[in-house]
Design a protein around this ligand. Structure first.
Ligand SMILES: [Fe+2]
Length: 378
């Protein structure tokens, strides 16, 4: 991953203050009950490769972490090796879930100073970590729930991940399936909190609001939600924030908040250049997806117009299509990848469109409600 040199990054959203240049997502760290087995799942099912490790063999007596990579995506799976630890408390409360959304910056000290000065709550002050491969500077602030942002400055580091981690070459690395980069990460927050966290991203992080959806856009017979999409200036970091809206029954957002015991990351959207190949591979490897009824495909081309792909493989794989002013997109959502109905993945291929699939919301949420009904939590 040392090809990640800072690039010339163009500001594309003029409204973003962007005092905090973010080069991209550096890594996503999940706290899990059993990192070894979680790593096996993400490798076998999603085609990640093991690149680094920290644990007893590297002198780390408290925690164990596996660092997995595919395209520009780095996933870190961390468990505790001891009885009483914040990691165990996190897993006990939330189940396996995203703890850290790490952001790649040129200056982790300035990032921390600028954000804490604007009201962010610090998790840890800038700290320099070294080993034979150089040094990194990291700092961290709180965001919604118990989720945190770690700022990572790595221009003086040539190691495989971070100081303290050793390269790990595993014989078992099922082939990659074409995942390229993190497109967006969605947070679910309790009723009444969406505005608070959108303000946080605007005022503390210098983001701008791209779009908002209200309960008229996103409602089914039973449930509703509201969503706003926040982006940094260069568009590389996009965080939609959802909150439940009043509905006849318990919405999927409320179900999430209930099982996660508060706000947290709902889904990680990862981009591919060939969604048909990627989803074919995921299905072969046992990844389960939400199912939209056949009838969706009867009218979809009337709604989205001509597309490059044949409809048949999209229908067979249950991939959804949407169009905006700039182009179209193809997307599909997995069922939860953890025991609780909380975290899931979205696979997305953008063909010009910069939006999030609004035209698919109704079909999708009806599909989610069928799953909720099976769980008895609707
Ligand atoms: Fe999404």
């Amino acid at each position: 991953m040392n090809d990640m040199k800072p690039l010339e990054i163009k500001k594309i959203f003029e409204n973003a203050q962007d005092f905090l240049p973010l080069n991209g997502t550096d890594y996503i760290e999940l706290y899990v009950g059993n990192a070894k087995q979680a790593a096996y799942y993400y490798k076998s099912a999603f085609g990640f490769q093991t690149i680094a490790y920290s644990g007893l063999e590297t002198g780390n007596m408290d925690t164990v972490s596996y660092v997995l990579n595919q395209g520009k995506i780095r996933l870190v799976l961390t468990s505790s090796l001891v009885a009483d630890s914040p990691i165990n408390a996190h897993v006990n409360k939330h189940g396996d879930g995203v703890k850290v959304i790490a952001l790649w910056v040129d200056d982790a000290t300035k990032s921390w100073e600028e954000t804490t000065r604007r009201g962010a709550k610090s998790v840890f002050e800038p700290k320099t970590e070294k080993d034979a491969d150089g040094y990194t500077v990291r700092s961290a602030i709180h965001t919604y729930g118990e989720t945190i942002h770690v700022f990572v400055e790595r221009s003086h580091y040539k190691g495989v991940f971070l100081p303290g981690f050793q390269p790990m070459v595993d014989a078992n690395n099922p082939s990659p399936i074409g995942l390229k980069y993190v497109d967006h990460m969605v947070g679910n927050v309790p009723l009444g909190n969406m505005g608070i966290w959108c303000d946080f991203y605007a005022e503390v992080m210098g983001f701008t609001q791209l779009v908002s959806f209200d309960d008229k856009d996103i409602s089914t017979e039973y449930t509703a939600l509201m969503s706003k999409v926040m982006s940094n200036g260069n568009g590389r970091i996009k965080f939609p924030i959802n909150e439940p809206a009043e509905g006849k029954k318990k919405s999927q957002i409320e179900e999430y908040i209930h099982f996660y015991n508060g706000a947290g990351v709902q889904h990680i959207a990862v981009a591919t250049d060939n969604i048909i190949e990627t989803v074919t591979a995921l299905r072969q490897r046992g990844v389960e997806f939400l199912h939209v009824p056949e009838i969706y495909y009867d009218t979809v081309l009337e709604r989205v117009g001509t597309i490059d792909e044949d409809l048949e493989p999209l229908r067979d794989l249950n991939i959804l299509i949407d169009r905006d002013d700039e182009g179209y997109l193809l997307q599909i959502f997995t069922k939860p990848v953890v025991d609780r109905p909380t975290l899931f993945f979205e696979i997305i291929q953008r063909k010009g469109a910069q939006s999030f699939g609004k035209g698919n919301f109704k079909a999708l949420f009806e599909a989610m409600e069928r799953e909720q009904e099976l769980r008895g939590t609707l």
